[in-house]
Design a protein around this ligand. Structure first.
Ligand SMILES: Nc1ncnc2c1ncn2[C@@H]1O[C@H](COP(=O)(O)OP(=O)(O)OP(=O)(O)O)[C@@H](O)[C@H]1O
Length: 313
C-alpha cells in the first residue's frame, strides 16, 4: 500500500471541507479525485501531502505514518494547483536546482534533469527559458519537478486545468506512463471528467466534502445508473418521420434543441436496456437519412452529474 487513509476529516472553523475520507492505493494505481469546485479535492491533497494537519482521522503515505511528515515529504512529489515558475531559468536549470535541493550531486542532478525532460517530452526545449514555454509545457515541467526525488507517490492538483485538448491528452498520457513505467502511485484531482475516464484505475467522487462513491473505476461505473443521451441530425423535412420512428422505441425521451430544428435530442431513460443504437436503428429502418449523430458526454461525466445533482437536491 502506498496510501492508506481512514476517516480523514478537515474542518476550517464551522466549515467541514473534507468529511470521513478513506483511501487505499497501491503502486501503479492512478487515483482520480473528482468533484466540482469546492468539493474538497485540494484540501484532501494538502492533508495527504502533510501541508495541513487533519482535524481527525489517520493516514500513511509510502508506508510512513502521518506523525512523521518530514519523511513523507521526502517520498512524495507534488504539483500544486497553481505553481509559479522562474521564467528566466531554463527547464534544465530549474530541474537541476530542484534535484540539488533533494541532495543530488551536481553530476547526478544534470543527469536526472536531462532524463526527466526527455520523459516529459521537453528534451528539445531543455535550454530555452521557461518564460517561452506554453502552459502545457509548464505543466509537464511541473510534473517532471514532482519526480526529481524519485517519489513513491505523486500528487497532481488539477494538472489539465487550462490546457487545450491536445495538451490535456499529452499530460494524461504522461500520467499513465509515469504510473506504469515508474511503478508509482499517482493521485490526480480534476473536475474535468471525460478525459480521466480511461487513465484512472481508482476513483473517488467528492461532493461538498463527502465521498459520494469510491472504488476501482470499473466497479464505480457498474454501480451507477447511467443515462445516455445523444443528438440526431436529419434533413429538416425528415424531422417528423424520424420522431415518429423514435416514438415506437420504448424508454426514450425526445427533446428539441433551441434554434436547431434539424436536431432531435434523445435521452435513454435510466434503467432501460434499449440504448442509443436501438434508437438509431429505428430511424434508419424508417428510411430517414441520418446526417449526424453525436453522443453527449461520457459515461463517467453523466454518472458524476447525476450523482452530484442527487446529492445536492
Ligand atoms: N484555508 C481555508 N480556510 C477556510 N476554508 C477553506 C480553506 N481551504 C479550503 N476551504 C474551504 O473548503 C472547501 C473545499 O475547498 P477545496 O479547495 O479543497 O475544494 P476543491 O475541490 O479543491 O475546489 P476547486 O476545484 O475549486 O479547487 C471550500 O468550501 C473552501 O472554501
Amino acid at each position: 500500500m502506498t496510501i492508506e487513509a481512514a476517516g480523514l476529516t478537515k474542518r476550517f472553523g464551522p466549515r467541514t471541507a473534507v468529511r470521513e475520507l478513506s483511501i487505499t492505493a497501491r503502486r501503479g494505481d492512478v487515483v482520480g479525485l473528482l468533484g466540482p469546485n469546492g468539493s474538497g479535492k485540494t484540501t484532501t491533497i494538502r492533508v495527504l501531502t502533510t501541508v495541513l494537519p487533519p482535524t481527525s482521522g489517520t493516514f500513511a503515505v509510502a508506508g510512513i505514518p502521518s506523525d512523521r511528515p518530514a519523511e513523507i515529504r521526502r517520498r512524495i512529489g507534488v504539483l500544486p494547483e497553481s505553481s509559479g515558475y522562474p521564467g528566466q531559468q531554463t527547464g534544465q536549470e530549474y530541474l537541476q536546482y530542484h534535484a540539488r535541493l533533494f541532495g543530488r550531486s551536481r553530476t547526478d542532478a544534470v543527469r536526472v534533469a536531462r532524463d526527466l525532460l526527455a520523459q516529459v517530452g521537453l528534451a528539445e526545449r531543455a535550454s530555452s527559458r521557461i518564460s517561452t514555454y506554453s502552459r502545457g509545457m509548464r505543466q509537464r515541467l511541473g510534473i517532471a519537478r514532482a519526480l526529481v526525488n524519485d517519489p513513491a507517490v505523486v500528487f497532481l492538483d488539477e494538472p489539465t486545468l487550462g490546457l487545450d485538448p491536445a495538451g490535456q491528452r499529452q499530460v494524461l498520457d504522461m500520467v499513465r506512463d509515469i504510473a506504469h513505467g515508474r511503478h508509482i502511485t499517482v493521485v490526480l484531482s480534476t473536475h474535468m471528467l471525460p478525459e480521466v475516464e480511461d487513465v484512472c484505475t481508482e476513483v473517488i467522487i467528492l461532493n461538498a466534502g463527502s465521498v459520494l462513491v469510491a472504488g476501482p473505476m470499473g466497479e464505480v461505473m457498474r454501480g451507477v445508473t447511467v443515462q445516455h443521451s445523444g443528438q440526431l441530425r436529419v434533413p429538416a423535412d425528415q424531422v417528423g418521420p424520424a420522431r415518429r420512428a423514435l416514438a415506437d422505441v420504448p424508454g426514450l425521451t425526445l427533446d428539441t434543441v433551441t434554434g436547431r430544428p434539424e436536431l432531435i435530442r434523445i435521452t435513454v431513460d435510466a434503467g432501460r436496456d434499449a440504448g442509443l443504437n436501438t434508437a438509431l436503428r429505428a430511424v434508419l429502418a424508417a428510411d430517414v437519412p441520418v446526417l449526424g449523430f453525436e453522443v453527449e458526454g461520457s459515461r463517467l461525466s453523466t454518472a458524476f452529474l447525476t450523482m452530484t445533482a442527487e446529492a445536492t437536491s
